[in-house]
Each structure stands twice: as structure tokens, then as C-alpha cells.
Write a protein that binds this ligand. Structure first.
Ligand code: ATP
Ligand code: MG
Length: 408
């Protein structure tokens, strides 16, 4: 693994050079840290850029403001200030060490010692720093070797690092899914299992946020299997379905085979039972968004997907729901056919309206809406035929409705 940071797109983002220049100090300049360094070394795209500095947070704010850059005190108690410039945000964090921890949050002391700052970070591959000018990498805990070996390792003793902050358990499995193709650190997994009870100390939102990130990865299967077999879900998701591992594996395999995008509601549903009320209870407890909860409900209310009814599901709910239930619940031999029926298909609208039925002789009133619903049902069962056929269906249904009235 190279000891120098290669050039990458993000290093040329608007405003970054100006932010870095503003933070230059006698003690030495700022350094890139965390995901930006790690992912650039791996040749992966970088989303957010984290910067570490020896300057104190208030000094950071003063300097940014003096340079005409907006400074947001995002997490000022923990030393984090966000610089907002030219449409980009850069997170700037003062070097620090944790002086007291309770498994949820830390009391910190600011520092000017880079190694000390590295030591409070979670994994060796997350504690790599780079000098923005020279690209020199600073690696205090053999992160480069671990990155090359695709090995996820806690900095220091895993048990202790987990007791300081239980969220690191979930971060462990998230980063394992992303970077841990190499030898598994069995001791770290045991430490996660032992510490799992501590997850109950965390807020449901933080747990759900990490779980969502894990489930949103391209291939979280091996990591989630490891979480299941080590009892990581038990403290916050005792409702985990017995077939969760198999169902998730099947979904992820299908997504890859069919070139379908990752769907979070579908990924979540593999972990849960098919009982809508039970799923909603879990979703409420994890404080998942209403949008997600409604998404679960629509998917669980849909009938078993088959090529002949998959458009009907899409029409009654939406295309994403139809696609997800196909990926989740269709039998192997139906999946391709169902997806094909949804591809480039837009949910149509019935062109016949109430006025047309009245023009055909139906009296205005509740019978119009009732007849329209009957027409819609036939139209759906005939796979949404065009306006001409809709007219014929309407004529038949108006006739039937009129003769029913006459009989009364
Ligand atoms: P990505 O943003 O791509 O998911 P990242 O490594 O940048 O990955 P962040 O969550 O943005 O992850 O955190 C930035 C850095 O802060 C991490 O690389 C790590 O060094 C440190 N960090 C974040 N959360 C923790 C934590 N709970 N315990 C210890 N260090 C942490
Ligand atoms: Mg990051």
C-alpha cells in the first residue's frame, strides 16, 4: 500500500484549498483524516472530507470567519466545526483524547498530539492522516498494512474500546462489510458479542441509523450473518426472523443477478416477519421514518407476485413496491418475467370518466362511482387495455347497471 495519498477529484473541490490555507499554523498544517484518506488509498470515491487540526475550535471559527468562510459549530464540545464554502461542507475537528466515556458519549480534552488523536479513533484503517500538500501519510497504528490485508482491527483492546462507545459494535460490522475481506479478527467479534447488551444504552435513532447504513451496503450478507450468529441483534431487535440470513442472502443475490438497485425497505423486511402489525411496532420503536413505515405496510399488503398480477400491484401501490415484492417473495422462475413486465412500464390512468357514463344513460349519483370501480376492475384484470377497449368495457358495465336498476 502506497505511503502517499494519490491525487483525487475531491482534493480539487471548491473552497477546500482556501479552508486548508486558513488553518495553517506554526505547529503544522491541517491533515486529511478518516474515510477520505482510506477510500482514496483504495481508489474508491469519497463523499465527505474530514480535516484534523491542532488549532482549538474557537480559533478555527475565528480564522474561518476572518477568511470570509461560514463556520458552523456542529459539534463544538467535541471539537468539530463545519466550514461551509462554495456549496461544500468540510468537517474540521481539533485533535483530542477522550478523558471520560460512558459507553455513549465522551468528555474530551483537546490536544496537539497526532498520535493521541489517532488512538481515540475506532479502527486502524480509520486513523490514517495525510498532509494535503505533500500527500505524506501518517500511520500510527499500522492502518496501511491492515488496509492492504483488508483486515478490520480496533485500535487498542477491543473490549475496552467497545465499553467506551457501544456504537463501535455496529460500526465494526459496517466497516467489516465494506473493507473486511481479509482474515477475520476473531477476538474483536467475541468482544462485540460480549458487549452487545450495551447497545440498549444507545438511542434507538443511532442504532437505526447504523443499521440502515449496514443494510444499504452493496453486500452486507456475510457481516449480517456474523451479527446474527453472535447475538448482536438480540438487544434491539429480538423480533429478528429465523430466516433473516437466508432471506437477506437471497435478496442480495437477486439484486446482483438482475441488476436491480438496493432497496432499503426490502432489505429491512428480510430481517422481519411478514406480520404487518409486528413490523410496524418494530419500525416505531426504531423510530424509522413514516415514509419507511408506509413502505413496509404497502409491501406487506401486496398479494404474492406473479407475472400476471405484478402490474396490478404496481398500479394499486407503486412500481417500487411491485419491484420489491418481486425481489422478496416471487419464486425463482417468476422473477425475471415479473421484472420485465415492470420495466419501462408507467402506471396508466383509466381514461373513462363519470361524465362518459352519464352520457351513456347512467343516472348521476353513487351508481356512477360504483360502475367506474367495476370498469376499473375489469380493465386491470385485462392488463390495462387502451381507450377503445375501455369504452367497450364501459358500455357493458353501464348496460349491466341499468338492467339491475330496472329489475329493482
Ligand atoms: P464514511 O464517512 O465513509 O462512512 P468515515 O471513516 O469517514 O467513513 P465517519 O463516521 O465519517 O467515518 O467518521 C470519521 C472518522 O471519525 C472515522 O474514520 C474515525 O476515525 C472517527 N470516528 C467516527 N466515529 C467514531 C467512533 N464512534 N469511535 C471512534 N472513532 C470514530
Ligand atoms: Mg466520513
Amino acid at each position: 500500500m502506497a505511503g502517499r495519498l494519490p491525487d483525487a477529484e475531491w482534493q480539487h473541490r471548491d473552497g477546500l484549498k482556501k479552508v486548508l490555507a486558513t488553518l495553517n499554523d506554526f505547529d503544522g498544517g491541517p491533515r486529511y483524516v478518516g474515510g477520505a484518506v482510506r477510500d482514496t488509498l483504495l481508489g474508491l470515491p469519497v463523499s465527505d472530507v474530514d480535516i484534523a487540526t491542532t488549532l482549538l475550535p474557537l480559533d478555527v471559527i475565528d480564522r474561518l470567519e476572518a477568511g470570509g468562510i461560514k463556520a458552523i459549530p456542529t459539534g463544538i464540545d467535541h471539537g468539530t466545526v463545519t466550514a461551509a464554502i462554495d456549496g461544500n461542507n468540510y468537517e474540521i475537528t481539533t485533535l483530542r483524547r477522550d478523558v471520560a466515556t460512558d459507553g455513549r458519549r465522551a468528555t474530551v480534552a483537546f490536544s496537539t498530539d497526532w498520535q493521541e488523536d489517532a488512538a481515540r479513533r475506532d479502527f486502524t484503517i480509520n486513523a490514517l492522516y495525510a498532509d494535503p500538500e505533500s500527500g505524506e501519510i501518517f500511520d500510527y497504528f499500522n492502518g496501511l498494512a491492515d488496509l492492504a490485508a483488508q483486515k478490520l482491527r480496533f485500535i487498542g483492546d477491543a473490549n475496552q474500546r467497545i465499553a467506551e462507545d457501544f456504537l463501535r459494535i455496529l460500526r465494526y460490522f459496517r466497516f467489516l462489510a465494506r473493507y473486511g475481506r481479509g482474515e477475520l479478527d476473531a477476538e474483536a467479534v467475541v468482544a462485540c458479542a460480549k458487549g452487545a447488551h450495551g447497545l440498549t444504552a444507545l438511542s434507538r435513532e443511532r442504532i437505526a441509523q447504523e443499521l440502515t447504513r449496514i443494510l444499504g451496503l452493496i453486500d452486507p450478507v456475510a457481516s449480517v450473518e456474523l451479527m446474527i450468529s453472535n447475538g448482536i441483534f438480540s438487544p434491539f431487535l429480538p423480533e429478528l426472523s429465523d430466516s433473516a440470513a437466508n432471506d437477506l442472502r437471497r435478496l442480495v443475490t437477486r439484486e446482483a443477478q438482475c441488476g436491480q438497485p438496493i432497496s432499503l425497505p426490502a432489505r429491512y423486511l428480510t430481517l422481519l416477519t411478514c406480520d404487518a402489525a409486528a413490523v410496524d411496532k418494530v419500525a416505531a420503536r426504531l423510530k424509522l421514518s413514516n415514509r419507511m413505515r408506509e413502505g413496509f405496510a404497502r409491501r406487506l399488503a401486496a398479494p404474492a407476485p406473479k407475472p400476471h398480477n405484478v402490474r396490478k400491484i404496481a398500479y394499486r401501490a407503486d412500481i417500487e413496491t411491485a419491484r420489491d415484492v418481486t425481489m422478496l417473495y416471487a419464486c425463482d422462475s417468476d422473477v425475471q418475467q415479473c421484472l420485465l413486465r415492470l420495466e419501462q412500464w408507467k402506471s396508466p390512468t383509466l381514461s373513462i370518466k363519470g361524465g362518459a357514463l352519464i352520457a351513456m344513460g347512467l343516472p348521476a349519483g353513487p351508481l356512477v362511482a360504483k360502475t367506474l370501480r367495476a370498469i376499473e376492475t375489469v380493465w386491470i384484470s385485462e392488463d390495462f387495455p387502451d381507450a377503445e377497449r375501455q369504452h367497450d368495457i364501459a358500455v357493458q358495465n353501464v348496460k349491466a347497471a341499468l338492467s339491475a336498476i330496472r329489475k329493482v
